[in-house]
Write a protein that binds this ligand. Structure first.
Ligand code: SAH
Length: 365
């Protein structure tokens, strides 16, 4: 057997990162996350089978078709509330396997005129997932024009209804560590054996969004990608409503929420980089504050259980179970998973961001 390398594993991205840190110095956590997802040869986004029971993690639309259906009805009702404008840009950020949009379009077809008025815009950075989305949405393409984009800035003008489930959690975060009366950048560096480890980096200027006094060792998290996205939305010339569904607290809190998930198990975020889904909590209070500071309005957050409950998940499940008695137990189990007070129902939150000229959408208004 070849001798064990310094740092422990022969994962190619780990080797590349260790070389880079050895040459250029420690990497901020945000840069580390960015490399793990986007490295052109070994990044996580190159993988195809990441989402679903056979992959690394399962999302709400993969648990129950009712999730996408209710989001689709929400889009159609919101469009109607806005006076049924034509055209309307129906935008999804980070569509994963395309499952949510497939179920949403099927349900939204019941609202007369909506699908005909809509052009569909999928903002997706992963080529592997774009292929899956194309296959999943094959049947819908005849009725609705679909365009893929790298960034929301490419979505053409026009009133926009935007949905994003578990999109924000995937955007890289910076982590700050409090020590000696100041915040420091948290970095990834090498220990004496050459292995990747977290460490405290340089002192930074006090950011406005984190408390100026904290306990030694406290960790704060900042997500610049939220700011970038909200600024793009605020800059659109036509009104918009965006629905963000994700996991995280309603109000700002400190703490390390960076997590790696591989094959449905938590993993060490520094082990085998590029082979696990790396995410962190969305702080909904902070997200709403950022939106308002840019002149947008925000409603919520509601918990996922409140949101789906108000949209009629129980009624929809009853109808679906009656129509598919052989699948009734599965349908019920899926709904329970989405609604569980000790699980997704409570941890996941729903926030809308909208142009201030528009009324709050249902079920927030
Ligand atoms: N919404 C889907 C998938 C969630 S996983 C679901 O609920 O199942 C996160 C998704 O966001 C993936 O499709 C991922 O490739 C995409 N993504 C992550 N970062 C992105 C970025 N910066 N721009 C566009 N898409 C991104």
């Amino acid at each position: 057997m070849p001798p064990r390398e310094a740092g422990g594993d022969a994962n190619p991205l780990s080797l590349k990162l260790r070389e880079r840190i050895g040459r250029d110095g420690p990497l901020p956590v945000s840069d580390y996350m960015q490399v793990c997802v986007s490295d052109p040869a070994h990044g996580y986004w190159r993988r195809r089978d990441t989402i679903g029971a056979a992959g690394d993690f399962v999302t709400a639309p993969e648990i129950s078709q009712i999730f996408g259906e209710l989001v689709g009805l929400w889009c159609a009702v919101t469009w109607q509330q806005l006076g049924s404008p034509r055209p309307v840009r129906l935008v999804e950020l980070g569509p994963g396997r395309g499952t949510l949009m497939r179920d949403a379009l099927r349900a939204a077809r019941r609202m007369s005129g909506f699908i005909e008025a809509a052009t569909l815009h999928l903002v997706e950075i992963s080529d592997a997932l774009r292929h899956l989305q194309r296959a999943t949405l094959e049947d819908s393409r005849g009725q609705t024009a679909i365009t893929w984009h790298q960034d929301v800035a490419e979505v053409p003008d026009g009133l926009a209804i935007i949905v994003a489930n578990e999109f924000l959690d995937a955007l890289p975060i910076r982590q700050l560590v409090y020590a000696g009366s100041a915040w420091h950048e948290r970095v990834v560096t090498l220990d004496a054996t050459g292995a990747l480890v977290f460490a405290q980096g340089r002192t930074i200027d006090q950011p406005a969004s984190v408390p100026s006094v904290a306990q030694p060792g406290d960790i704060a998290e900042l997500r610049d990608g939220e700011q970038h996205l909200l600024a793009r939305l605020a800059g659109r010339s036509q009104p918009l409503v965006a629905l963000f569904i994700d996991y995280g607290p309603a109000s700002a809190t400190l703490g390390d929420t960076l997590q790696a998930v591989r094959r449905h198990e938590y993993a060490d975020p520094l082990a085998e980089p590029g082979t696990a889904d790396l995410t962190a909590h969305v702080r909904f209070g902070g997200l709403a504050d950022k939106a308002r500071a840019l002149g947008l309005a925000a409603d919520g957050p509601l918990t996922q259980a409140e949101f789906l409950g108000r949209l009629g998940i129980a009624e929809r499940a009853t109808v679906l179970m009656a129509a598919n008695p052989g699948r009734a137990a599965d349908i019920e189990a899926g709904v329970q998973r989405l609604m569980a007070p000790t699980g997704m129902g409570q941890l996941f939150k729903v926030l809308t961001v909208r142009s201030p000229t528009l009324p709050p959408p249902a079920p927030f208004g």
